[in-house]
Write a protein that binds this ligand. Structure first.
Ligand SMILES: Nc1nc2c(ncn2[C@@H]2O[C@H](COP(=O)(O)OP(=O)(O)O)[C@@H](O)[C@H]2O)c(=O)[nH]1
Ligand SMILES: [Mg+2]
Length: 227
């Protein structure tokens, strides 16, 4: 997967449309005026181990910078920041370990949280909550509350949900909208609290439309923040 170079050249008003399966359930208004061109946005990838944070980070970067592999144990052990430029926006992509892992010592968790805060200190920043599209676990039911307790009340205004394994849906003949209409009430609530900002990724594809969809949401969050 390698579309990093392509991103650097792409203008904001790229009229390219994405495939149906990667559509966000709630239409994001196309931002006509890209006020953030030339600025830096910090993207913090958060979520449970194995959901695909590192793989999604690599998809965004268009290069395999983060270690991502199947494992019953957490693979990512510390926060790692990599940079790219997409549609004129300089992105700091920050991969994290699962900071809500019950097996993690609170002193270690505090260290990671401190590091995350340091990394996104320079605003604007956006939280990308990564979830496996076909697995909503008990540990994720109150994940938004945990994030708010950790990073503050503004989390919900700045969070985009990124569902991974888009091909699972496609193989079942479903689009993201179908999935969202039938998903668990607790997941629906999380989405609603986050302004229904969500995207679907398939990290085994180098489809740049999914990254463009994410960028639309990133810009939306950063613009909302400024008003
Ligand atoms: N099929 C498929 N596998 C994925 C996707 N995203 C992640 N994975 C796989 O899930 C496993 C865990 O991913 P990883 O990025 O390490 O998860 P993390 O612990 O959240 O960082 C890896 O084997 C990935 O290849 C996806 O979109 N589709
Ligand atoms: Mg990881």
């Amino acid at each position: 997967m390698s579309h990093g170079g392509k991103h650097k050249e792409k203008p904001y008003n790229d009229p390219k449309k994405s495939s149906k399966s990667m559509n966000c359930a709630y239409n994001v208004p196309k931002i006509k005026e890209r006020r953030h061109a030339g600025t830096t946005v910090n993207l913090l990838l958060l979520g449970m181990s194995g959901t695909g944070k590192s793989a999604s980070g690599n998809t965004i970067l268009g290069q395999k910078h983060f270690v991502s592999r199947p494992s019953s144990k957490p693979v990512t052990k510390k926060c790692q920041m990599e940079e790219t430029e997409i549609e004129g926006v300089h992105l700091h992509v920050i991969d994290t370990p699962d900071i809500f892992d019950d097996d993690m010592k609170s002193s270690v968790r505090d260290k990671h949280v401190k590091r995350c805060k340091q990394l996104y200190e320079s605003r604007p920043f956006v939280f990308v909550l990564v979830m496996h599209v076909s697995r909503f676990t008990d540990g994720e039911r109150d994940i938004l509350e945990k994030l708010e307790n950790t990073f503050g009340r503004e989390v919900r205004e700045k969070t985009i949900i990124l569902f991974t394994r888009g091909d699972d849906l496609q193989q079942a003949g479903m689009g993201l909208e179908d999935f969202l209409h039938t998903c668990q009430p607790d997941l629906k609530k999380i989405l609603e609290k986050c302004g229904n900002r969500c995207v679907l990724f398939e990290n085994h594809r180098s489809d740049s439309a999914q990254v463009e969809k994410l960028m639309d949401n990133v810009i939306r969050v950063t613009e909302e923040k400024q008003t």
